[in-house]
Structure formats: structure tokens, C-alpha cells
Design a binder for this molecule. Sequence first.
Ligand SMILES: [Zn+2]
Length: 70
Amino acid sequence: MTGEQSIQCPVCQTPILIEYKALIQGMRFTCGNCKASIGIASEAISVAKETMKKYDELKTQFRDGKKVNK
Ligand SMILES: [Zn+2]
């Protein structure tokens, strides 16, 4: 897992390659087509970090495989 994924430019719908961890740290990405600046609002960063933390915890649980018993 590289942490890279693409989002659509809100202006021209061109896929923009972003790195999620950089995004939640406040980094902005530029659309290669229309040069629009893409980023998340600073007040949303703490929410995104919390979501990422929970996601990592879930991943750890699934990797252990001990929580899965039906
Ligand atoms: Zn664009």
C-alpha cells in the first residue's frame, strides 16, 4: 500500500494523483490540467486524522485474524 490514490478535480474532472497522508497534513495538490489547487480545509484535517487512526486500528485487527470467528 503506497497511500496514493486519485481524486477527481472539482473543476475539470481530471483525476489528480494525491497522497492521502500528505493531504490530511494540509498539503495541497494541483490539477495538471486546469491548475486548480486541491486540498482540505484545516478544520477537516483533525477529523481526517481521527478517521485514519481508526482505519489503521481496524487493519491491525484484521491482520491478526483472531477477531474473525463465525
Ligand atoms: Zn482540473
